[in-house]
Design a protein around this ligand. Structure first.
Ligand code: NDP
Length: 314
C-alpha cells in the first residue's frame, strides 16, 4: 500500500481548501491538498463572478479556480486527485485518510474543506437553464436581474432571505412554496409578507422552467398546485432554487461533532473542531454566509491555526 506523509493535509479544492493550502505552504509546511469528485468546488460549475474582490471585470468561476490551483502549485502545494473513502482522526500525532487509489494519506493536521452543495429539484429544465437564469445563490446572481421578475422556490430561511435580498434588484419576486406555511423564522416571514414586491404562491411546486434556446434564457415557470387547485404559468427571467444545502460531511459521520443539518461544528471565532489538530473551513461549517470570499477567509484562518498547532507540538 502507498503511504503519503505531510504536515498539513487539506481535503477539498474550493476557495477554502486552496487558500488554506497557499498559506500552509508559504509557512514552509509540507502541504498536500486532495481534490475529490468536483475539483474547484461549487465555483467550477458557476459562470459569471462579479463579487470576488480583486477583479474589476466579470470573471468566470472555473477560471478563478484554475488561478487558485496554479497559485497553490506555484508555492509548492502537492495537489493530488483522489477520492477519500475513509478517515481516522483520533490519533493525536497522525490523521489518516484512505483514497480510492489505495493510497493512505498521513498528516499531523487535517483541514476539512469539503464544501457543500445546493440541493436541486432534479428537473431537466432546471439543469438546462443552470447559469442561464437558474441559480441557487441570490447574493451571487441577483444583480443580473435588475428590473426583471424572478421566482424563488422554497419556504425556509434561505428562501426567505433570498427573496428579500432579490427585492433590491428585481421588479417582482414570486415566492413558490409547496405548503401554505413557511419554516423560516417568524421575523423573516413577517418582513417577507409585508414586502410589496413579493408575491407568494402557496401550495405550488415548480413543474417546469420554460425559456429560449438561442440565447439560452428563462421566460416563464409552470407551477403545479399541490392541493388540487389551479396550475399557473408565471412570466419570470430568473429562478432561484432555495430548498437547502447539503454539506459534504458523510465521511465524518460519528467521527466529529456536527449540527443537526450535518455542518461541522467549530469553536467560536476559530476553525478548530472538537478534535485538536483537525480544522474545518468554508461551506462545510457555514450554513449562513456561503460565499467564496468567506470560505477563502476561513481557509486562511485554518492554515494559521494549523501552523500554530504544529509549532506548539514540536
Ligand atoms: P431548510 O431545510 O430549512 O428549508 C428548505 C425549504 O425548501 C423548506 O421550506 C422545504 O419545504 C423546501 N423544499 C425542500 N425540498 C423541496 C422540494 N423538493 N420541492 C419543493 N420545496 C422543497 O433549508 P434552508 O437552506 O432554508 O436552511 C437550512 C438551515 O440553515 C436552517 O437551519 C436555517 O435556519 C439555516 N439558515 C440560517 C440562516 C440565518 O441564520 N441567517 C440563513 C439561511 C439558512 P417544507 O417546508 O415543506 O419542508
Amino acid at each position: 500500500m502507498n503511504t503519503h506523509h505531510s504536515d498539513i493535509l487539506i481535503l477539498g479544492t474550493g476557495p477554502a481548501g486552496y487558500t488554506a493550502s497557499i498559506y500552509a505552504a508559504r509557512a514552509n509546511r509540507n502541504t498536500t491538498i486532495i481534490s475529490g469528485t468536483q475539483p474547484g468546488g461549487q465555483l467550477s460549475i458557476t459562470t459569471d463572478v462579479e463579487n470576488y474582490p480583486g477583479f474589476a471585470n466579470t470573471i468566470q468561476g472555473p477560471w478563478l479556480m484554475e488561478q487558485m490551483q496554479q497559485q497553490a502549485a506555484n508555492v509548492g502545494v502537492q495537489i493530488i486527485s483522489d477520492h477519500i473513502n475513509s478517515v481516522s482522526l483520533q490519533n493525536d500525532n497522525t490523521r489518516s485518510c484512505t483514497g480510492d487509489s489505495g493510497t493512505q494519506y498521513h498528516a499531523k493536521t487535517l483541514i476539512i474543506a469539503t464544501g457543500a452543495q445546493a440541493k436541486w429539484l432534479g428537473l431537466p429544465s432546471e439543469t438546462k437553464f443552470q447559469g442561464h437564469g437558474v441559480s441557487a445563490c441570490a447574493t451571487c446572481d441577483g444583480f443580473f436581474f435588475r428590473n426583471q421578475e424572478v421566482a424563488v422556490i422554497g419556504g425556509g430561511n434561505t428562501a426567505a432571505e433570498e427573496a428579500l435580498f432579490l427585492t433590491n434588484f428585481a421588479s417582482k419576486v414570486h415566492l413558490v412554496h409547496r405548503r401554505d406555511t413557511m419554516r423560516a423564522e417568524k421575523i423573516l416571514q413577517n418582513r417577507l409578507l409585508q414586502n410589496e414586491k413579493i408575491t407568494p404562491h402557496w401550495n405550488h411546486t415548480l413543474a417546469e422552467i420554460i425559456g429560449t434556446d438561442n440565447p439560452l434564457g428563462v421566460t416563464h415557470v409552470r407551477l403545479n398546485s399541490t392541493v388540487g387547485g389551479e396550475d399557473k404559468t408565471v412570466a419570470v427571467n430568473g429562478v432561484f432554487i432555495a430548498i437547502g444545502h447539503s454539506p459534504a460531511t458523510r465521511l465524518f459521520k460519528n467521527k466529529i461533532k456536527m449540527d443537526p443539518h450535518g455542518y461541522i461544528i467549530t469553536k467560536p471565532d476559530s476553525t478548530q473542531t472538537e478534535i485538536p489538530g483537525v480544522f474545518a473551513a468554508g461551506d462545510v461549517t457555514d450554513a449562513v454566509f456561503r460565499q467564496a470570499v468567506t470560505a477563502a477567509g476561513m481557509g486562511c484562518m485554518a492554515a494559521l491555526e494549523a501552523e500554530k498547532y504544529l509549532s506548539r507540538n514540536e
